[in-house]
Write a protein of this length. Structure first.
Length: 156
């Protein structure tokens, strides 16, 4: 029996970031347990920023993700709630209903606009429910095929 082989813990997803996503979710749980549901999203965002600072988790609030067309025009600038440790997108909700497909599509927009691919995992967290709701999202496998190539288009 090989005793040097790493033991995989059951039920844990390896997202390539060690325990970072678990620490983020844990911080969200602490904030939700403290404040409960019923506040506006900005309240949870500010509380979470304070909790990240307390825990020594590096974060950037509302980073800019511009979507630029082939002529260099900025079409829109997405602003996820957080980029955590430069590796994880974190988008917060404060809704009484569950996370929707539109919320998941918004996370895919972040992955798509992130042409440098700094983040390869995203967390959607809904503070508006009696129990904290969260989901871990990864970029679609075919995302690169949908991105505009910087070196041009093929004429048809």
């Amino acid at each position: 029996m090989d005793t040097n082989k790493p033991v995989k813990k059951p039920g844990l997803v390896d997202d390539g970031h060690g325990d970072l996503t678990y620490r983020i979710i844990g911080a969200c749980m602490v904030v939700h347990n403290d404040l409960g549901p019923g506040h506006r999203e900005v309240v949870y965002q500010r509380a979470l920023a304070a909790k990240f600072a307390e825990l020594g988790i590096a974060y950037e609030e509302e980073p800019s993700l511009p979507v630029v067309d082939e002529s260099g025009n900025t079409l829109i600038v997405y602003t996820p709630d957080f980029r955590v440790e430069g590796q994880v997108w974190l988008d917060l909700k404060a809704r009484s209903h569950q996370i929707t497909g539109d919320d998941e599509a918004q996370m895919i927009d972040y992955f798509s606009a992130d042409e440098d691919e700094t983040c390869n995992v995203g967390l959607l967290v809904n503070f508006g429910r009696p129990r904290l709701e969260w989901g871990r999202k990864f970029p679609p496998k075919k995302l690169a095929e949908h991105r505009r190539q910087k070196w041009g288009y093929h004429q048809i």
